[in-house]
Design a protein around this ligand. Structure first.
Ligand SMILES: Cc1cc2nc3c(=O)[nH]c(=O)nc-3n(C[C@H](O)[C@H](O)[C@H](O)COP(=O)(O)OP(=O)(O)OC[C@H]3O[C@@H](n4cnc5c(N)ncnc54)[C@H](O)[C@@H]3O)c2cc1C
Length: 516
């Protein structure tokens, strides 16, 4: 498995396989080895790339999926946008598109991006791909990047003008020829006024590549900023091709990338386009964000910003939303926030806070939505562990098969983090108490970046404070609760009619303590 800090991205091209099972098996192997992408283009008489990648999406969990060689003369961009957006949602943010450089490819890039921008109600577009009020969406789960594939000057120009990436067309081509094309690309980028780090630069390699090629490939990284190497394999490729490439070649390429990074020629995550960077808030060190946080952060101008900026109750315009995926990421996010004490900071779990402080204007938000796992730790003790980003409806669904429940509130969309640090009054409270009454332990990241556990036995004073005033003491990254056994639950609404409302309310108040 490659380290999480790897700079160079690796891909495997499975489009040449004739045996679909073999192709998907290799995609799974690539995922286990830490590769970043699986790539496929449709071949004549062969497997359709969308079908193959859809199947692969369902069989993998993390690896990126590149639908390559797409021809917008055959599939209209508005249709492609819908297909790609859907696959990205289903695969939880893993899709990249690669277009062929036809005459209207740059326009297709514009149409694709506009069709994913769900902050507008209708899309109107004049040109080769005319749209007269098309409904945009679905909103992809992440900023889908668009590459252009091909070596001719037109491909290079379209990539430099409009796209997020460029991929060399011919696998294993002569490195001097490749270097010449990349010089053209650098020139075209400069003419377009773009930073070269905005573009993924991708080279496809044959399965014969090995240790003997390391120096040549490393120079593509240091001299031309190549970000990604894709290994093309099929059923005749050596069984250990992927493993060997990751073990023998990739580490040296990573060193080369490290070197290029110190010279400001390589970015561990692609730099945003200039029009997005122009919307940055002064005083936030966007470029100083660690790569693990930068990969999922959302800032003004990003595709996901309209759905990330606000909460259920408050419109906001934060300068940067950090979306940690692990507890270590939360620690890094707190360290980053520590350097930004001059701007507001919001902590968000489910975004249903009444005060609205889980968003702000011009500051940082640490959004814990990805820490949403729900697991049973001890079935005999009914002990469960729940991440702050889980929603109470998901908790109810996860506990129901055991005949268990944890009283929270009356609204399934509320997040665990905000409610379980403050109280939790719901339908089960009269019989089973508040949500915080069920809390046994929490794991927290404190303001100084340390991680602590608090329970009745460990840090008991902190544990006391968390159960009601948790937001003031740190970020809870995991809650452990003992949950209740419940039998079948009935639900009824009672309506009262009273001629004298004051008298009725008085009597209701007096009778309530004796109620069930
Ligand atoms: C429609 C609706 C229905 C509701 N129904 C009920 C109900 O029936 N019963 C009930 O008890 N409450 C109810 N509430 C109130 C709700 O419990 C609180 O607003 C709660 O704070 C929301 O949690 P959240 O994670 O969704 O909110 P967020 O907005 O994400 O967080 C709210 C605040 O909690 C803090 N916080 C969030 N996550 C963490 C964390 N991991 N560690 C430390 N601090 C954190 C932050 O200070 C943040 O500003 C309801 C709210 C709404 C909007």
């Amino acid at each position: 498995m490659r380290p999480r800090t790897a700079l160079i991205r690796l891909g495997v091209d499975i489009g040449e396989f004739t045996d679909p099972a073999g192709a998907v098996e290799r995609a799974g192997e690539a995922e286990r080895l830490g590769y970043d992408y699986v790539l496929a283009a449709s071949t004549e008489g062969g497997l359709d790339a969308w079908a193959l990648l859809s199947w692969t999406t369902a069989r993998t969990e993390r690896i990126g999926l590149v639908a390559a060689g797409l021809d917008v003369a055959e599939i209209r961009p508005a249709v492609l946008a819908r297909a790609a957006g859907s696959l990205d949602v289903l695969g939880k943010g893993r899709v990249t598109l690669e277009l062929r450089p036809g005459p209207a490819a740059a326009e297709a890039v514009t149409v694709l991006r506009r069709m994913w921008d769900t902050s507008q109600r209708r899309v109107h577009h004049d040109g080769a791909f005319r749209l007269a009020g098309a409904e945009p969406g679905p909103l992809p789960a992440h900023d889908v990047r668009i590459w252009i594939g091909g070596d001719d000057p037109n491909a290079v120009k379209v990539a430099a003008d409009a796209a997020d990436g460029w991929r060399a067309g011919v696998p294993g081509q002569d490195s001097r020829q490749l270097a010449r094309t990349m010089q053209l690309l650098a020139k075209a980028l400069a003419e377009a006024g773009r930073d070269e780090r905005e573009l993924d630069r991708v080279v496809t390699l044959p399965d014969t590549v090995g240790a003997q090629d390391v120096e040549t490939l490393a120079s593509l990284v240091t001299e031309h900023g190549v970000t990604t190497f894709v290994l093309r394999i099929d059923e005749r490729s050596p069984a250990d091709a992927l493993e060997r490439f990751a073990r023998e070649v990739a580490p040296r390429l990573n060193e080369a990338a490290q070197h290029a990074m110190t010279e400001g020629r390589f970015s561990p995550v692609p730099m945003r386009r200039a029009e997005v960077r122009a919307q940055r808030v002064p005083g936030i060190d966007y470029d100083g964000l660690p790569a693990n946080l930068a990969a999922t952060a959302v800032e003004p101008g990003d595709l996901l910003y309209p759905t990330t900026r606000s909460t259920y109750l408050r419109g906001g315009a934060p300068g940067l939303v950090l979306r940690p995926q692990t507890v270590d990421d939360v620690v890094d996010a707190v360290a980053f926030a520590h350097r930004h004490r001059h701007v507001p900071l919001g902590i968000r779990s489910g975004g249903h806070g009444i005060s609205g402080r889980s968003t702000n204007d011009g500051g940082l938000v640490i959004d814990l939505g990805a820490l949403n796992a729900i697991e049973v730790l001890d079935e005999d003790r009914r002990l469960v562990r729940i991440g702050p980003g889980a929603r109470w409806r998901d908790v109810a669904r996860a506990l129901q098969p055991y005949g268990w429940a944890l009283g929270s509130g009356d609204y399934g969309g509320v997040g665990v983090g905000g409610l379980a640090t403050s109280g939790g009054i719901g339908y089960l409270s009269r019989k089973h108490g508040l949500t915080i009454d069920h809390l046994q332990a929490v794991d927290m990241v404190l303001a100084d970046g340390s991680t602590v556990r608090a329970s009745h036995a460990e840090n008991p004073e902190l544990f006391w404070a968390v159960r009601g005033a948790g937001a003031g003491f740190g970020i809870v990254t995991g809650f452990e609760f003992t949950v209740d056994e419940v039998s079948d639950v009935g639900w009824a609404n009672r309506g009262f009619w009273g001629a004298d409302p004051a008298d009725f309310l008085l009597k209701l108040g007096q009778g309530a303590p004796r109620g069930p």
